[in-house]
Design a protein around this ligand. Structure first.
Ligand SMILES: *[C@@H]1O[C@H](CO)[C@@H](O)[C@H](O)[C@H]1NC(C)=O
Ligand SMILES: *[C@@H]1O[C@H](CO)[C@@H](O)[C@H](O)[C@H]1NC(C)=O
Length: 401
């Protein structure tokens, strides 16, 4: 990976300089060309692509936007159309974003979900708004289990490690899990991790989440996250700090996904692919079959400027034990893996991008959960779904008091 290496040193250098650029510029700096009101109460601003928050980053002042990746691991990217060729897959149900009901953004603009003042005020501090709490990553080989329980984050995940990874893909079943306390959340995502699980952990994350504190409602929303220092000073959700550079005019980060799956009812899923461009070193993200959202510049990271060392797929909730008992916040569908399709939530066709930049089935998949009586995970393999797993659970129940 000569190309990745070329970016390694600049990533190293930037790591200490990426300081707490805070979120308040959100209320001022953006020049919105038009906007759309979404039925869920969101306002989506269409902002010129060159005016997006990413460019507030000191290292991005002279950055030339990459309007397309130089490489796509499925070879599907049509450089002339600037689109991934959309083949309808296997009759799964199409998902859109709710705000499309009332409008779209023009070419050369990107849709940005407008942050409401009360959302920032709900956060424990302005500096923490849009950030995960520390140590929010699942740590399968944890030497210090107390730490996991202390932070109150619980996971049910599948993972691979021990190789160099240049991306990951999965199709995620989409649900709307119930959240007991507004300061808890429930999410389902892919993690691309680099480095040790110390203070310098690098992470790129994407998936769906329900987070009343972050968004003011219980809707299921598309999200991304990144950090280069284990969730301390750098990184944030979506476009809430400078970092991710968006190129898509069609998909808004943090916007509601609709419809969602129902128990013994219609099932909906989204696919997410994150891969490293071997030429530029940037990490790109694709949503669904056709939407290339944008990229995380290589220099945001230290370890991930080269490659990932671990990939995780699965769910995470916060268990605040507000009433001295385990929270009843659900993960996935709120039902255990044993129940299977239509009842329990799944990830299917989980894949990694290997050092030849090809999508491959992951080898040696492990699973991890802190308390399997609260949230569990079960893997499997078959012809249609490749490597898959069911995950999640109800939280509090007779066996999880
Ligand atoms: C977390 O705490 C619960 C309840 O105290 C315990 O049963 C469980 O084993 C702990 N998990 C880990 C990974 O230590
Ligand atoms: C979110 O759901 C909880 C119950 O799970 C409910 O108490 C709360 O009012 C809901 N919040 C909003 C903003 O709808």
């Amino acid at each position: 990976m000569a190309m990745g290496d070329a970016h390694f040193s600049s990533g190293r250098r930037s790591r200490r300089v990426v300081v707490t650029v805070v979120v308040f510029f959100f209320f001022w700096g953006l020049i919105s060309l038009s906007c759309a009101a979404s039925p869920d109460g969101d306002i989506i601003d269409c902002v010129h692509i060159s005016q997006q928050p990413a460019f507030d980053h000191p290292f991005l002042k002279d950055h030339k936007i990459q309007i397309r990746p130089s490489y796509h691991p499925e070879g599907l990217y049509d450089v002339f159309e600037n689109k991934v060729s959309t083949e309808n897959n296997d009759g799964t149900n199409a998902i859109t974003q709710l705000w499309h009901v009332n409008g779209r953004c023009p070419e050369d603009t990107i849709p940005i979900r407008r942050t409401k003042e009360e959302e920032v005020l709900r956060a424990s501090s302005v500096k923490r708004y849009g950030k995960k709490q520390h140590r929010s990553f699942p740590q399968p080989r944890s030497a210090d289990p107390d730490l996991i329980n202390q932070s109150g984050h619980q996971h049910a995940i599948a993972y691979v490690e021990g190789d160099k990874y240049y991306g990951a893909k999965a199709t995620l079943n989409v649900w709307e899990p119930k959240i007991q306390q507004p300061n808890e959340f429930s999410l389902s995502q892919i993690w691309i991790l680099g480095g040790s699980f110390g203070e310098d952990l690098n992470s790129i994350e994407a998936g769906w989440q329900v987070s009343p504190d972050l968004y003011g409602d219980n809707n299921t929303r598309l999200f991304t996250y990144w950090t280069s220092d284990a969730y301390q000073a750098t990184g944030c959700y979506n476009l809430l700090c400078s970092g991710f550079i968006q190129i898509s005019s069609e998909i808004a980060m943090g916007a509601s996904i609709s419809p969602v799956s129902g128990y013994r009812n219609s099932q909906y899923d989204i696919s997410i692919l994150v891969w490293k461009d071997p030429r530029e070193g940037n990490w790109w993200m694709q949503f669904g079959n056709g939407y290339v959202l944008g990229y995380w510049p290589s220099f945001l990271f230290s370890y991930l400027a080269d490659s990932g060392s671990m990939i995780e797929w699965g769910g995470e909730v916060v268990n605040s034990e507000a009433d001295g008992q385990h929270t009843s916040t659900q993960m996935g569908s709120g039902h255990f893996p044993e129940e299977g399709f239509g009842k329990s939530s799944y990830f299917k066709n989980i894949q990694i991008v290997d050092s030849s930049n090809n999508l491959k089935a992951p080898k040696g998949i492990g699973t991890f959960t802190e308390q399997s009586n609260c949230y569990d995970v079960q893997t499997g393999t078959n012809g249609d779904w490749g490597h898959y797993f069911y995950y999640g659970g109800p939280g509090r129940n007779a066996n999880c008091p």
